[in-house]
Design a protein around this ligand. Structure first.
Ligand code: NAD
Length: 360
């Protein structure tokens, strides 16, 4: 039994009212869900790569679709969001339906934020954005993020069958993105026992099933466990504050254009190693969820088993940018259980850059 310090400390928990429909083949109930919300002219959103999937799903929706906009892109460029909103206006959309990963759900949120249109999400990665009130918008290379209840999807349909096409590499890094939400939720400054339960279960589900998915992408049972873990991870991401890991990843993704999910996969073991001495209870939970004796070692082993990227260098970071990255990461820092200074973050980034297996 791992001690639960949160109980004695007291806490606040906010439950959010998203309707979740989960299951293999759940996509077949999407029409009913749209009808349930009383929507008749829904704007379907997708990336260019997932346009065909979106069209196929839209065609089964009994004439409740107003149009398809398939230009969603990473980090929600403001001009793309503006065009999508204009198109929503043109077709008289009464709701938006995002089919895809965090980028597509992010576009749906940008529409919901400005127009108040209800959003329905069909997530096809493990990013977890569909469970949060966090939105982001990028203009002139600067990503602005905020929280607003209006962007939270009214309904989320999770169908593991839609994730079998996610490549092993993306499954691995997207899965690590989800695990990172859960790990940081375990030591969040505003954490609580309910979030702790969900976070630990999320790591258990993802840690157990991701290696199976990478070996056999069509294993629906393993895909179901991963999507379940991702749902829980998204829920805790939306419920509590994230810490150093997310700050570093936002800096690296936002300013140096590193790929989102892959950055999470590289950075997590390094931040976990750094924070571990300050958060023994959280680390005991991570270890228990992964079925190992040591959390940091367990995360590294999992990363290797998934063949996830292990250095910032291999995902496009330049050595000459490490100083600036460290500088940015310590300006307006997120709350973190272990205090840090610029030199410590520079050293952490150096380790992550080279992929060296060095502890805190
Ligand atoms: P993504 O949405 O950018 O998708 C990556 C690529 O994979 C795209 O080409 C997409 O079309 C494709 N893809 C997605 N699902 C697929 C599937 N099942 N089969 C085949 N191809 C598929 O990647 P992501 O990692 O899901 O999202 C990253 C973005 O989400 C970032 O901008 C990040 O900031 C944001 N995000 C936001 C939150 C939040 O709470 N607001 C949370 C997590 C991530």
């Amino acid at each position: 039994m791992v001690a639960n310090a949160r109980l004695a400390g007291g806490f606040t928990y906010v439950g959010r009212a998203t309707r979740v429909v989960f299951g293999i083949g759940a996509i077949r109930s999407l029409g009913d869900e749209i009808e349930r919300l009383g929507l008749e002219r829904v704007l379907v959103l997708a990336t260019p790569e997932q346009r065909e999937t979106a069209l196929e799903i839209a065609s089964s929706m009994r004439g409740r679709i107003g149009g398809v906009f398939s230009e969603a892109r990473m980090h929600v460029p403001a001009d793309v969001a503006a065009r999508a909103r204009a198109y929503a206006g043109e077709i008289g959309a009464d709701g938006a339906l995002a089919i895809g990963g965090g980028s597509t759900v992010g576009l749906g949120k940008a529409i919901a934020l400005e127009t108040g249109l209800p959003l329905v999400a069909v997530p096809t990665t493990y990013a977890g954005s569909e469970m949060t009130t966090i939105y982001g918008l990028t203009e002139h290379a600067v990503k602005v993020t905020g929280r607003d209840e209006r962007v939270l999807p009214k309904t989320v349909v999770y169908d593991p069958a839609l994730t079998v096409s996610l490549s092993p590499a993306l499954s691995a890094s997207s899965g690590f993105n989800a695990i990172a939400h859960a790990v940081e939720a375990l030591y969040a400054i505003d954490g609580n026992p309910i979030v702790t339960l969900m976070a630990e279960e999320s790591i258990r589900a993802l840690g157990g099933a991701l290696p199976l998915v990478v070996q056999a992408p069509h294993d629906l049972e393993a895909r179901s466990a991963c999507l379940y873990g991702a749902w829980l991870a998204g829920t805790v991401l939306g419920a509590v504050s994230m810490a150093l890991h997310h700050k570093l990843c936002h800096t690296l993704g936002g300013t140096f254009d590193l790929p989102h999910a892959q950055t999470h996969a590289v950075v997590l073991p390094y931040v976990a190693a750094f924070n571990a001495p300050s958060v023994p209870e959280a680390m005991a939970r991570v270890a228990r969820a992964l079925g190992v004796a040591d959390a940091v070692e367990g995360l590294r082993t999992l990363s290797q088993a998934l063949d996830a990227p292990s250095s910032l260098r291999e995902i496009g970071m330049r050595a000459e940018d490490l100083d600036r990255a460290a500088e940015l990461a310590v300006t307006v820092p997120y709350p973190n259980p272990r205090p840090f200074d610029r030199a410590e973050i520079r050293a952490l980034l150096e380790r992550a850059y080279g992929g060296s297996v060095v502890a805190a």
